[in-house]
Ligand binder design. Structure first.
Ligand code: ADP
Ligand code: MG
Length: 292
């Protein structure tokens, strides 16, 4: 019983030298690490199965194995994080990812407050392309937000954190509430609140992209309210405006796209591939752009 555990942890530490913490979740710590043999840098997501309440560790293992299988299914896309290596033991799972030196889109946005239309276009196009690939495999991500959009050395997008992702069967609908409050789609909230609602599907990821795009352009999210219940009601009613003075400097085309995304009725919401065909993306800036 003890042997595979020691092997896995030993295997990871034999091959990699862990360095500073890059991020922390409820049950995981992400550290920069160096592959000893090559000197190459990676990011290791270390999942502590033993540090859980009794009984929770099996569920966490199961959800991590699901995350790994989805990561393998979406591998090979330029804007999706690459899983390089995995070590599994009784007490830990190590996921070794390519390193994104420029960190989270969230931190980048915080440092610059708002992005130009040009930069927003560059980022959103890549994010939509990543999600288009994910959705074509009938996978829904369910936690699209700026903390889970990483930036590599060239400030290209790497979509990460498939911890809530699900593979859907044909026209399957989901009912479970998960994600992050400000990015939750109205149909997800409604299906959580009212029994008779029909559930939700991939369109929740499109909605989250609309929230991100709005936030990138003006530095504040569309439905925010200090009382969370009011915010959730705003989301369900699709109540947002372009009225703040910051919006005066933004042209019509990104506003039109946001308006077509933040539609409460999922069947009427623009799809990922329609969004990619929107006029906002037709004239693209030269890549790569450099921040800040
Ligand atoms: P969680 O499920 O705990 O949210 P994530 O996979 O989202 O785990 O990772 C948590 C954080 O760790 C990210 O938001 C980011 O700040 C950092 N991180 C994760 N993967 C990488 C990576 N490949 N390169 C750089 N930082 C990363
Ligand atoms: Mg995350």
């Amino acid at each position: 019983e003890e042997l595979p555990d020691k092997y896995a942890a030993r295997g990871f530490y034999a091959k990699y030298e862990p360095k500073e913490i890059l991020g922390k979740g409820v049950s995981s710590t992400v550290r920069r690490c160096i592959e000893k043999e090559t000197g190459r840098e990676f990011a290791a997501k270390i999942i502590d199965l033993a540090g859980q309440e009794p009984g929770d560790s099996d569920a966490l293992r199961e959800s991590t194995l699901r995350e790994i299988s989805i990561l393998r299914e979406v591998a090979g896309h330029p804007y999706i994080i690459e899983l390089h290596d995995v070590y599994e033991s009784d007490t830990f799972i190590f996921l070794v990812f390519e390193l994104c030196k420029n960190g989270e889109l969230f931190d980048y946005l915080t440092s610059v407050v708002t992005l130009s239309e040009k930069k927003t276009k560059y980022i959103m196009k890549q994010l939509f392309e990543a999600l288009s690939f994910v959705h074509r495999k009938n996978i829904v991500h369910r936690d699209v937000k700026p903390e889970n959009v990483l930036l590599d050395d060239n400030f290209n997008v790497k979509l990460t954190d498939f911890g809530f992702a699900r593979k859907l069967k044909d026209d399957e609908k989901l009912h479970e509430v998960c994600g992050t409050p400000g990015y939750l789609a109205p149909e997800l909230l409604k299906s959580a609140m009212f029994e008779d609602e029909g559930g939700y599907d991939k369109a929740v990821d499109v909605w989250a992209c609309g929230v991100i795009m709005y936030t990138l352009l003006v530095g504040c999210p569309p439905f925010w309210h200090r009382k969370q219940m009011v915010m959730l009601r705003n989301i369900m009613e699709g109540r947002f405006t372009f009225s703040s003075p910051e919006w005066d400097d933004v042209t019509d085309s990104p506003k039109d796209l946001i308006q077509k995304i933040l539609i409460t009725e999922p069947a009427k919401r623009i799809t990922i591939d329609e969004a990619l065909d929107h006029e906002f993306f037709q004239i693209l800036p030269q890549a790569p752009w450099h921040a800040p």
